[in-house]
Design a protein around this ligand. Sequence first.
Ligand code: HEM
Length: 452
Amino acid sequence: MQRKPPELSALAGQRALQAMWRDHSLLAALRVFHAELGDCFRIKAPGFTPVMLVGPEAARFVLVTSRNDLRWRNASDPVTRVLQHGILVEDGALHDQLRQTMTPALHKRVLGSYVAAMIRGVDTITADWHGHATRDMLIEMRRIALLIIFEALFNHDFTPDIDTIWPSLLRTLSFISPGLWMLWRDMPRPGYAKHLQRMDAYLYRMIEQYRERHGLSPTASSESVSDLLGMLIAAGLSDSAIRDQLLTMLIAGHDTSTASLTWTLYLLGAHPAAMSRARAEVDAVIGHGAPQLEHAAQLTYLDQVIKESLRLYPPIHLSSRTAAQDLDFKGMLIPAGTRVLFSIYLTQRDPHYWTAPDRFDPDRFSPELSANRPAYTYLPFGGGPRNCIGFAFAELELKLVLARLLQRFDMAVKQPDIRVHMGATLEPRPGLKCQATQRHASVTVNVVPGEP
Ligand code: HEM
C-alpha cells in the first residue's frame, strides 16, 4: 500500500517560517522541512504543491531510473515561455537531437580553442580596474561570463553591445526567476514584453550577421564550422529554433558561471588562508604569462576551492520535473501531474554525507577524501544522461577566470553581509563589493578581440 509523502505539522511549519525569517532565505525553511520529514516530502502552498526529493537515492530516481517518466517541459512555466523549444525545456527525440547537434561545441577536445576568449573576457572587463578599484563582483563576473559565452560559442564580440542589452537581459532573468507567479499562474506580469522582444531582436540580428559573414547556408557542411552558432546553422535549424538554443545557452551558460565565480570570490575573501594558498598556486603554476589550457590541470587547490564553492552554493540548486505518470519512490505515491523537485542544495549540505556541512573546507575534495564519497551526493552539474552539457566548459572557465583574477589582482571583500537569493540561480545579494588592487604591472593583458 503506497503512502502519501509527508507534509509539515503546524508546529514545524512555524519553525520553518522562523528559519526563513532569520536567514532571509527560503532555503533555510527547506532545511527544516528536510530535517523533520526526511528525503521525500510535500510542500503545501496555495496553488503550488510539489514533492521535494533529497539525497542520493532520490538523485538516482530522478536523474536515472525514472528519468523517462519525468518531463522537463512544463508549458505553464515562464522558462518555457521564454526558451520555447530550447534544449532545456524539451523532452524525447527533439531533446536528444538537439543535444547531439550541440555536444561537439562543448566537448573536452575543443575546449583549448576557448582559452583565449576566457582570458580576454577577464582582461577586457578589468581594463578599467586601476589603483584600488572597488567593484560589485556580481556585476563584473556577469560581464566577464557574457563576453566569454558570446565569443566562444557564438563567435560574436558582445563588448560594444553589453551596456545596451544589459537591462533586457536582467529583466529576462527576473522573468524566469521563482516568484509569485508560482502561486498565481495567471498573474499579470507587466514590464517584461519589451525586454523579451529586445533580446529576440538582438539574437535574430546576430544569426543574420553570422550568415552574412560566413556565407553559411542551412545546407553547409557541419565540418566547416567549429562554434555552436555555426553548428546550429549547418544542422539546418530554422532561425526561430536557433534563437531558442542561443537564448538557452546564453542564460544557462552565463548566469550559472556568474553566480559560481562570485560565490568563490566571496568564500576566498572570507577565508584568507585559502586565498593565500590559491594565489601561491596560481603564481607557481602560471607565473606572469597568460594562463594556458595545460595550466588548468595543474591548479589542483583552486580546483578544490571551486568544487567546495559549488557544493555550498550550487547555482542550480533544484532540478524541476513533472511526473508523466504515477510514480513510486520508496513506497510513496507521486501522482501523475505532480511537480517533482530534487534539491541539489539540501543533498550537498546533508549531514549524513558531509561532516560539518556548512563549513567551507576545500580539502574535502582532496583526491584521498573524494575517493570515499558516496555516489550521487555531489551534483552541481546534475547527473545521468541529461547532466549539464556545458560541464567541461564551465569547469575550465571557472578555473581560468579565477586564476587570471588572482594572478593580476589582490581581491579584498568589502561586503560582510551576504544573503542567498533564489533567482534564476542562487545568487549572493545584495551583490559582492570587492576591492581589486593590481599586483604586477608586468603581466601582459589582452583586450583586443580576435587576437589570442
Ligand atoms: C557553473 C556552471 C554551471 C552549473 C553549476 C550548471 C548546472 C547545471 C545543472 C545542475 C543542470 C541539470 C539540471 C537538472 O537536472 O534539472 C544543467 C543542465 C544544463 N546546462 Fe548547465 N551548468 C553550468 C554551466 C553551463 C554552461 C556553461 C552551459 C552552456 C554553455 C550550460 C548549459 C546547460 C544546458 C543546455 C543544460 C540542459 C542539458 C539537457 O537538458 O540536456 N550549463 N546545468
